[in-house]
Each structure stands twice: as structure tokens, then as C-alpha cells.
Design a protein around this ligand. Structure first.
Ligand code: ADP
Ligand code: TRP
Length: 355
């Protein structure tokens, strides 16, 4: 699959200001409200969304139906998770004046397109999806042999194709899903002619941030720093992090390539700091605690302004509701248009049935 590695690919509408007929490109992405936003989500997706909202026609949504594919028994946290996710997004800089922010379940056309796509999607495509198999083995204690879980990427394809998106900014783990969305778009074209474009992924320079334990940072591994964590909580998580196991004493030189703290430095610290700790570690010139303090300082540079904005947002009564209501209206307008086009292409009944 062709991948855009560039954080900010050139937008034809901007590069060619002479030609006003070149349409602004469109992006769409979502995150499941299955917990709070962590730094992996931020570095892999949200940071890109915030940068891209200035240059693309952008649709960002909270994928609450997707959260049900794995959390269908105990649904009690979902409402709180939606509210927190929205606050996290807005406090980090997603701006409802620049992009459309909405809740997936507010736009019922996601369900209609999901149903129509499910008619043309072979089950074998879903069974061979690597994250279907991975998650079934990784998530224990829950029965994931459900129709909804198998169909996760069909719903995700519907989310994307519904907005006729050109690009989808996501982290590395979402690429197999996106490949399926492209295959489904091609299949629609094969059966019914051109209906929706084939979307391309858009990756950030950090498409896979590692967590406190050196594995991929993920809610399910409990190895996350959350964007809503306080300074004290972050220090309590970073201080005990295991560094290069061979570096036992302060005077032992270490190997930064074996250290998850160094890995985080590479994503959060400026190049001078990365160089300084790399050299300091190899020569035992810096101790692990000082190295960790430097890291936390750079993480704080991102999170402190977000903390202040969080207070501000929480004080604005009715703001969150308005954001989702307005976003839902804009998204619904676009979604309805696609559904009309899909129904027409598929020769399904529409308002002209008896005309
Ligand atoms: P989690 O694995 O914690 O459940 P999600 O699957 O909800 O995270 O991911 C939401 C978005 O964040 C997706 O675009 C995903 O690719 C991205 N993402 C998740 N974890 C990471 C990570 N460790 N590094 C980079 N991007 C990530
Ligand atoms: N699967 C994504 C995740 O785990 C969430 C998602 C649902 C999504 N629909 C999408 C991402 C459409 C991009 C486009 O976070």
C-alpha cells in the first residue's frame, strides 16, 4: 500500500494557488473511547491531526461503536470516556473552528454504510486481518468470537469511505485496517462503478511509540503515560522505569539503544538533549535519574499548556455539548450525501423510486 511518510504532505490546493479548482484534500480519523488518551495516541495520531487541521478539510470523531466491539459486557465507562477524550483532544489543540469534531453514533449513516459494505466483504478478508488474530490472543477473559469484533474493520472502512477521505492520519497498527478499506473501495468500484476514493494512510515520524516497559505504548498493556496525568503521576511512572539492565551502578557505562527511557527521549526531547544523554549514558557521564528528569521536563513542556487549557474548557458550560452537536450536523450533511451516492450507484431505492 502506498504510504505517506511525510507528516504534512503537500496539499495541492495550497501549492497551486493559481488554480482555485483544485479541491482541498480531506482527512478523517477516529479514536475509540476505551480509556484515556496516552502519549502513544498523541504522538501517533493526535499531534498530526492538530497540525493537519490547518491545511485539510478535517473530520475527527470519537469511535464509540468501535469501543463496543471489545467492551460490550460492561459498557458503564463509555459515557465518561467520551467526555474525557473530548476534553483531551480540545486541551491539546484540536480546534472546532478549524475541523469537524463529532461522535460516531451521532451519525447513523455510519451504520447504514457498514451494513452495505458488509454485503460485499468476504469473511476471509476479515479472518486474515492480523489484528483480528493478535487481539484474540492478547485480550483474555472476554469472548471475542463475535460478529461485531470480526466486522471491526468493515465499520472502520465505513467511517472512512463515508467522508470520501483522501488521507487517514493514524498510527502504524492501523495500516492493515486501512488496507482493507482500500480493498473494499476497489470492490465497490468493481461492482458499481466509481463511488468513493481509495484513502491513503498518513503516518507521523513516531508511528509506534514505546511504553514504560519497552513494548508498544497501549492501554491494554498498562504501560502508558496519559495526557491527563499530573506531574507527580508522570514522575512516579518514569522514576522506576527499567533502563539498560547491564548498567547496574552509576559508574557503569550504558547502552541507550537498550533503554526505553532513551527511546522516549528520541520522541520528546530536542536533538541536543538526545545527543547529550546518548553520550552521557555511554560514558557514564549522566546517571539514570538525571536522564529521567530531563525526559520528564520535555514531556511537561507539552502537557503543561494542555493542563491549563483543560481547566479553561471545563469551566465553559455547555461547550463540549455544542462542539459535538455542531460537528455532528456538519458530518451528517456529508454522510447523507455519500449515502445518496452509494444508494444510487448500487441502484437501491431512493426518493425517486416512484418518480
Ligand atoms: P491503544 O492501543 O492504546 O488501545 P488505540 O488503538 O485506541 O490505542 O489507538 C488510537 C490511535 O492512536 C490510532 O491511530 C493508533 O494507531 C494510535 N496509537 C496507539 N498506540 C500508539 C503508539 N504506541 N504509538 C503510536 N501511535 C499509537
Ligand atoms: N481503529 C481506530 C483505533 O483503534 C479507531 C477508528 C475507528 C478509526 N474508525 C476509524 C481510525 C476510522 C481512523 C479512521 O483507534
Amino acid at each position: 500500500m502506498p504510504i505517506e511518510k511525510d507528516t504534512l504532505p503537500e496539499n495541492p490546493a495550497e501549492s497551486n494557488t493559481e488554480d482555485k479548482n483544485v479541491p482541498v484534500q480531506r482527512i478523517v480519523s477516529g479514536i475509540q473511547p476505551s480509556g484515556r488518551l496516552h502519549l502513544g495516541n498523541y504522538m501517533g495520531a493526535l499531534k498530526n491531526w492538530i497540525a493537519l487541521q490547518d491545511r485539510y478539510e478535517s473530520f475527527f470523531f470519537i469511535a464509540d461503536w468501535h469501543a463496543l466491539t471489545t467492551n460490550y459486557e460492561d459498557t458503564s465507562p463509555i459515557r465518561q470516556n467520551i467526555r474525557e477524550m473530548l476534553v483531551d483532544w480540545l486541551s491539546l489543540g484540536l480546534d472546532p473552528e478549524k475541523c469537524t469534531i463529532f461522535l460516531q453514533s451521532d451519525v447513523l449513516e455510519h451504520a447504514e454504510l457498514n451494513l452495505l459494505l458488509s454485503m460485499v466483504t468476504p469473511v476471509s478478508w476479515l479472518e486474515r486481518n492480523p489484528s483480528y488474530k493478535d487481539q484474540q490472543t492478547q485480550i483474555t477473559g472476554r469472548d471475542l468470537s463475535t460478529f461485531g469484533f470480526l466486522g471491526y474493520p468493515v465499520l472502520m472502512s465505513a467511517d472512512i469511505l463515508l467522508y470520501r477521505a483522501d488521507h487517514v492520519p493514524v498510527g502504524l497498527d492501523q495500516l492493515p485496517h486501512l488496507e482493507l478499506a482500500r480493498e473494499i473501495a476497489r470492490r465497490l468500484r468493481h461492482f458499481y462503478g466509481p463511488v468513493v476514493p481509495e484513502p491513503l494512510p498518513l503516518l507521523t515520524p513516531t508511528p509506534r511509540l514505546l511504553g514504560l516497559d519497552g513494548r508498544k505504548m497501549s492501554k491494554s498493556y498498562k504501560n502508558c503515560i496519559y495526557v491527563g496525568d499530573s506531574s507527580a503521576e508522570i514522575w512516579d511512572k518514569v522514576r522506576p522505569m527499567v533502563t539498560d539492565p547491564a548498567r547496574v551502578r552509576r559508574s557503569d557505562p550504558g547502552d541507550p539503544d537498550k533503554c526505553p527511557v532513551f527511546n522516549l527521549h528520541q520522541s520528546f526531547s530536542p536533538p541536543e538533549t538526545v545527543q547529550e544523554v546518548d553520550k552521557g549514558c555511554r560514558t557514564a557521564g549522566i546517571g539514570c535519574i538525571d536522564c529521567k528528569k530531563l525526559l520528564v521536563g520535555h514531556i511537561e513542556t507539552i502537557l503543561q499548556p494542555a493542563r491549563e487549557k483543560r481547566q479553561e474548557i471545563s469551566a465553559r458550560k455547555g461547550f463540549l455539548k455544542d462542539v459535538l452537536q455542531e460537528g455532528g450536523k456538519t458530518a451528517s450533511g456529508e454522510a447523507r450525501q455519500t449515502i445518496r451516492e452509494v444508494r444510487r450507484a448500487m441502484r437501491l431505492p431512493d426518493e425517486d423510486l416512484f418518480a
